[in-house]
Design a protein around this ligand. Structure first.
Ligand code: C5P
Length: 221
């Protein structure tokens, strides 16, 4: 009997979109369903890991045996992840974090007036890059990249720029995968390697990804 490959490991996963409030009834969001990140949490748990899942606003049920923390905005996701970070062996950033958020959230609903409306947006913190540069950095930091062109080039650029160990890229322009879909395909890159995970249901793609994560953890030990 072989022990599960992630037994004794602690895995922190972010999933879902973030919603950045403009006023009490409007927000800026994105099309992430959270399915891939939740599948990653399930796969890590099935491989014996202790799993913490920081979830943006999604309608998915909490996977069995997984500790879940719900957040809404990028700033809240960052705070939750940075406070959970110590003690985790792996971080997988599957969330589609907003890159820009309204400079202020108005306390009252914006009323229709002029023909145009301007909303100032400010850059959010890059959670993944902060995790990778953190003094309590998990041994393995894994990013995701949703690309519509030159997937390998952009993914490898992110790998180096954000200081990641692995980056899992998917081509969101291809039909039947990525955002909102039940299926996905990933190309995983690291400094001197690449592994393609074939198109299929997100739970199987997540298991293949976690097997690769276990390989890299064992190689780093
Ligand atoms: O640079 P880009 O947003 O394409 O990188 C995607 C990766 O970075 C994902 O793993 C995502 O979770 C992470 N990210 C983040 N914080 C941001 C933006 C992206 O953690 N503000």
């Amino acid at each position: 009997c072989v022990p599960p490959r992630l037994a004794g490991r602690r895995v922190l996963v972010s999933a879902g979109p973030t919603f950045e409030d403009i006023d009490p009834v409007r927000f800026i969001g994105n099309r992430s369903s959270g399915k891939m990140g939740f599948a990653v949490a399930v796969a890590a748990r099935a491989m014996g890991a202790e799993v913490t899942l920081v979830a943006g606003p999604v309608t998915l049920p909490t996977p069995a045996g997984v500790r879940r923390i719900d957040v809404r905005r990028a700033a809240q996701m960052r705070d939750a992840i940075l406070s959970e970070l110590p003690g985790h062996d792996v971080y997988l950033g599957a969330a589609a974090v907003a890159d820009y958020a309204p400079a202020e959230t108005l306390p009252q609903k914006i009323k229709k007036s002029g023909e145009t409306l301007r909303i100032d947006l400010v850059r959010t913190a890059d959670i993944l890059a902060e995790v990778a540069a953190h003094p309590k950095r998990p041994r393995l930091v894994v990013g995701f990249a949703a690309e519509t062109q030159d997937m390998e080039g952009y993914a490898r650029d992110k790998l180096l720029r954000k200081g990641l160990d692995l980056i899992a890229a998917n081509d969101v322009a291809r039909a039947g995968q990525g955002f909102e879909s039940d299926d996905n395909a990933l190309s995983v890159f690291w400094r001197d390697g690449r592994h393609d995970i074939a198109h299929g249901p997100k739970p199987r793609v997540a298991r293949d990804l976690l097997a690769l994560v276990a390989d890299h953890l064992e190689a780093k030990a």
